[in-house]
Each structure stands twice: as C-alpha cells, then as structure tokens.
Design a protein. Structure first.
Length: 494
C-alpha cells in the first residue's frame, strides 16, 4: 500500500494572524476609487493610505506606532488636484514618498520625522510628462532617485528625481492600457502587463522589448505580473470562463507556462507580493477576505500551495512591509497592512518555532536601504547589485540615512507645511539610551532611571530610545513603577 509523500518545506506551517484591535488604525475613510493598485505603502517608519478627499486627492501618512482611532482632523498630504491612484515609499529614504494621480502628475513628498503636524500641500518635486492619469509607480530597487511611472496614456516614463527630468520615455511598446509595471531584483529589467493580454520584459534604458508572451491569460480582466526567483515570471489573471488563475513563466523560452493553476471564480484582481528571501508569493485579491500564499521552487509543479489566511472583512487594498521592518525575534516572515472600509489592520505571517535563537534559515541577508548607484550613474549604464544587510541583531541602520537632494531650481519651501516643532528641552531631561539597550529585558531598569532623574532634577523625563520613539514621564512615582509594562519592543520600533 503506497503512502502519499508530503513535500518537505520549512514554510508548510506558516500561519497568518491579525493584530489586536488596539494595534489597528481606526476611523479612516479609505478611497472609493475603482483602481487596481495597492492603495497603501509601508516602511519601518510610516504607513501611508489613500483616503477619500473632497476637492482633490489626498493620502494619510501615520507613524507606525500611532495606532487606535485616528482623529478626523489628522493632517494629510493633499497637493493633488485629482484623486490619488498610487503611492510608494522610496526604498532608500523612509521619509520620501511618491504619489500618482488623476491630474496626470507625479509628486515627490518629504515626510517630517514623527509625521505630519499640518497638511502637506507643497511637494519637493513635481513630475509632469503624462497626458492621462498616472496609476502605477515603482522606485528602482538599487539606483538612488530613479522612479518609474506608468499612465493611462500607455506610456512608461523613467524619471531622474534629482533633476526632475524624464530620462527615458517608452511610448511605442504598449498598444493599450498598462495593468502593472515592476523591476527585477537588480533593476536591470522591467516587466509590464497590458490590456492586450501580453506581458513584456523590457530593457529600461533602451525602452526595447527583450521578450514577450501573448495571451498569458485568456480572460478580459486585468493581468498582474512580477519577477520571482531565477528571473522567472509569475502572473495572475482570469480564464475565458472568468476563473482566477496563477501561472509561472520562463522568459528565456516563452512558450507554454511552467505551471498554470485555477483558483476560484471570484472577480477581484489578485495582487501578487513576492518575497525573494523565502521564495513565497502572497496573492491578495481585491474584495477578498483572504490571503493565499504559495512557495515557488525549482521542482514541478513549481508553485506549491501552502495555506490561506482568512478573515471576516474584505480588503480594499494592501501594504507590504519590507523585511527590515519585521520582528525577527518572533519568526515573523511577512507583515501586511490590510485596508478595510474604515480602518487599516496589520496581518502578521509567522513560522512557528520553539527556539528563541535567531533562525538563520528564515532570515538570509536581505536588501537594505543603501543604494548601489546614483541616478546619473545608472542612466549612463552602470549596474548595481542590491546591498544586503543581516537581520541577526534586529535591523539597525549603521550608515547615515541617504539624504534626499534635488536641483535647486526644483526646491520649494516645506517649512510651513511641516509646522513649527516645539523644543521641550527646557521642560524635560533628555535621557539617551545606547543602541544595544534591550527594552524588553530592561523595562524596569528604564523606569528606575526615569525615577532617579525625576527625583534629582524635579522635572519630567524624556527618554530617547535608539529606535527613534520617545517615552515621556511627566509624573514618575516609585509606587507606580511596577504597573508600567512594555508588552513588546515592536510597538516602539519605527
């Protein structure tokens, strides 16, 4: 009697879990626009969400630790004259975010430390070159200040954000609406999917087609495509009978797909998110209440179903946290920011492990925030591989944050939009803790320090933690020390 052999995988038991209610972002009016973008972008400092706005377009940018109910008067980024369709944080500077809108423009914004205190209306750079609405944005993964935009004019533009110029304009390749556009891991190729049911691999500098595959999915609904391991391509789309599909292709021999799987008959477009470190692809359907995840390997059938996270409420969009923003001590391998009708809920993907030691097999060196080349170097032909970082000690930036600089002629004052920052140094004692200080182990030691400074200086104490957030003790009494509890250092990691 033969026994069925279960494929061995360390990710077979990955499970998803929504966070507690007090760790969500509540009372947010998510945009009602019918556009198949993520509507959300996130990094280790901020989470940004496109929201409903009257008289133009706006999106909300919140510090990660600002959870709970968001006040209606919370300042927004509101410089567009039409609805915002896509937003994306720069991978090399956590304070820089790009936005594309129905007003045919792309704007670059600089978010102040700690978030907005007044509405931000003036962008650092405004990029104009599209004749119709701009719905797709993607920063170059290794070149600093290189941004790709795609619009409903069927044009892909590569921008040098430093000088605000369109360096490459790809306007003769796509005969119809562009559904998706993304880079490969080192930014040497672009992958697009189009309404003509064709996916194309492009040379980004020459704007020429390297390889293409027609009729990847027979259905008329949108197709999304991303690069996965070894240069292969994963696409999501619909069959002629409107069944949702996922397929894997080898662009070196575009013929039949390596695998083609039918999933269900839902109508929502599947947004793919690929993790190159684990080989897992997550499929998040717009309007779905679930996240499916698969492991991509070199063994047939190549795309192996792992499991599915399900919840009660459907999702209007999804943000995906970079690896350097995860909690490695909890074996967290992915974190999504799920947009509901009126809130944003973080969803954590975890590998169950008993040991508290660092799991080397789950966390290989991953892409860090340092760019490999500058924009002008890349446009001149220089390539750069991603600069990797280790997550073994938890991510801590060892290099100075890459400064965002633009040509002087493009600069616009942003001081009024940022608001006046009050100096509290005369009110509190500022106590700086070293980077190696473990808040999860030394939480009571922190309180003893606060009590000592309060007693000595007879004023409040402001603790400056190495991760960025602040703890403020205006009233510190020894009798209440034991009741102050820090549940996890993650709530203070920005």
């Amino acid at each position: 009697m033969s026994r069925k052999v279960v494929r061995a995988s360390k990710f077979r038991h990955v499970f998803g879990q929504g966070v507690k209610a007090d760790q969500c972002y509540d009372d947010i009016r998510i945009s009602q626009m019918t556009w198949d973008s993520n509507f959300c972008s996130v990094n280790p400092k901020f989470v940004a969400m496109i929201v409903d706005a009257s008289g133009g377009g706006a999106f909300l940018v919140l510090p990660l630790n600002k959870t709970g109910r968001i006040d209606m008067s919370q300042p927004t980024v509101c410089g567009h004259t039409g609805p915002v369709l896509d937003i994306e944080f720069c991978p090399h500077n956590d304070n820089i975010i790009a936005s594309g809108s129905e007003d045919c423009s792309v704007m670059i914004w600089e978010i102040p430390e700690g978030g907005l205190v007044t509405p931000l209306k003036d962008p650092v750079v405004k990029l104009e070159g599209h004749s119709k609405r701009v719905g797709i944005l993607s920063w170059h993964p290794t070149a600093h200040n290189v941004l790709m935009s795609a619009g409903c004019d069927n044009v892909v533009i590569l921008w040098n954000v430093v000088c605000g110029e369109a360096m490459v304009r790809i306007d003769s390749v796509h005969p119809d609406l562009i559904y998706s556009a993304c880079w490969n891991r080192d930014g040497s190729q672009i992958l697009t999917s189009c309404k003509d049911k064709t996916i194309r691999v492009l040379d980004p500098r020459k704007g020429t087609v390297i390889a293409e595959k027609e009729k990847t999915h027979e259905g008329s609904r949108p197709v999304k495509a991303v690069f996965v391991s070894d240069g292969k391509i994963l696409s999501t789309g619909f069959s002629r009978m409107s069944e949702r599909q996922v397929a894997l292709w080898d662009p070196k021999s575009f013929g039949e797909p390596l695998t083609l799987q039918e999933l269900d008959t839902s109508s929502g477009v599947l947004l793919p998110f690929f993790d190159p470190d684990t080989g897992i692809v997550y499929l998040c359907g717009k309007g779905d209440s679930s996240i499916r995840y698969f492991e991509v390997t070199d063994e047939a059938p190549y795309v192996h179903y792992l499991s599915m996270y399900s919840s009660k409420e459907s999702q209007k969009g999804m943000g995906y946290m970079p690896k350097r923003g995860l909690e490695v001590n909890k074996c967290e391998i992915a974190r999504f920011y799920k947009l509901h009708e009126r809130k944003c809920e973080p969803v954590v993907m975890t590998v169950p492990r008993k040991s508290d030691l660092f799991q080397d097999d789950l966390y290989p060196d991953t892409m860090g925030p340092e760019p490999s080349v500058e924009a002008n170097e890349w446009f001149e032909g220089k390539e750069g591989q991603p600069i990797l970082i280790s997550l073994k000690e938890g991510f801590a930036t060892t290099t100075k944050t890459k400064e965002f600089k633009v040509h002087k002629s493009l600069l616009k004052t942003t001081s009024a939009a940022m608001g006046h920052q009050h100096d509290n140094s005369g009110v509190r004692t500022w106590l700086h803790l070293p980077t190696c200080f473990d808040i999860s182990v030394n939480r009571y030691c922190i309180l003893d320090l606060a009590f000592s400074f309060k007693t000595h200086y007879n004023k409040g104490v402001k603790l400056i933690l190495p991760w960025g957030p602040h703890l403020v003790f205006n009233e510190v009494r020894r009798s209440t020390l034991n009741f102050f509890y820090i549940s996890s250092p993650s709530q203070f990691v920005k």
